[in-house]
Write a protein of this length. Sequence first.
Length: 400
Amino acid sequence: MFFKIRRWIRVAIFGTKTSADVRKQRSVCRGRPGPAARRVEISNDQRKILFKRAQSTAIPYRRVLRAKIILALDFDPSIAATAAALGISENTVRKWRDRFLEQGIPGLEDAERSGRAPTIGPVSRCQIIAMACAKPAEYGVEYRNVWTIDSLTEAYHQHHPDLCAMSRSSVQRILSGGELRPHKMDVWLHSPDPQFREKVANICDLYLNPPENAVVLCVDEKPGIQALGRKYPTKQAAVGRNGRFEFEYKRNGTRKLLAAFNPHTGQVYAEMRATRKAVDLVEFMEAVAEQHPGGDVHVVWDNLNIHYDGKDERWTRFNARHGGRFHFHYTPIHASWVNQVELLFSILQRRVLRYGEFDSLEELDAAVLGFLDHWNTHESKPFRWTFKGYPLQTGDVKRA
């Protein structure tokens, strides 16, 4: 077994050289004068690690070479013979032998390097970050609402000449390191509704725990649906090419979609109308009442002016005509996402309207109502509503 291991080591280090070639090379090196060689002793565990590293093709070659140096010295302690066999200098062999004898296998790794001293100190870095988090007007940069790399660099040099100079690329690296993008702005919408949590909790409870023998309907309007025609027909996708539609378009009028979506069945009742006035909505709700002739109906809709009574008390009189079985629930201000019919509108926009071509209002009506009929027949299902409101703030409302 001992001789088998030595043969493995010889092949790993010297490759396909024959034993005669190795002995000849050792005899040539043995005649050179020099200090007595330091014996390298390797344990069985170290030999396994070094042998695996010497045969590896996935690690950097410098690490492979260092493992071969130590295995060669274990095979023959001659510095000259090892250097000649591996084609390297004797100083290199001596360096890694000494490192191994002092530190073991960890000594064969690259030592930590201090590198060049930083030219941009922490004060300058913090100052750039502070300026990027402030408004440009605070540093005298007018007619600009957001920073650019160039304007930030120029303002830094103007207001802090006592600090070290900084290039544009240095400013870019500092901002990237701090994940700062002062040139980008996101939309932030805050609901000023003082009863935001209560309204959201009430609507979510209607979705998750509907009242018995009652229907919940999400009602809303999608105005301004344009019947856009194209000067040239749209080209469908082909192998290696996306679909393309003509940049120029023709306006053929607009329509308004009124829809009532049942979040528990996925069914929708909809009408396309030329206007979206209070009288249109009342007529639409009369049709909805015919669709649901018995039992209570809970209507979820937003704060549009025609959703309220107004001077003519339209919804009070509407409810009186239907025995007071309609209950209206208003979403918080700036929180239309609570109304589930918006999810259906999003699907309609992506599938039918975004790239649609409609040369007349009749084509637009047929496409929209045709899609909704297809939805009711083949695809209707409740959306998976996971948001449950705010149970900690509204403990009186039960949650599923």
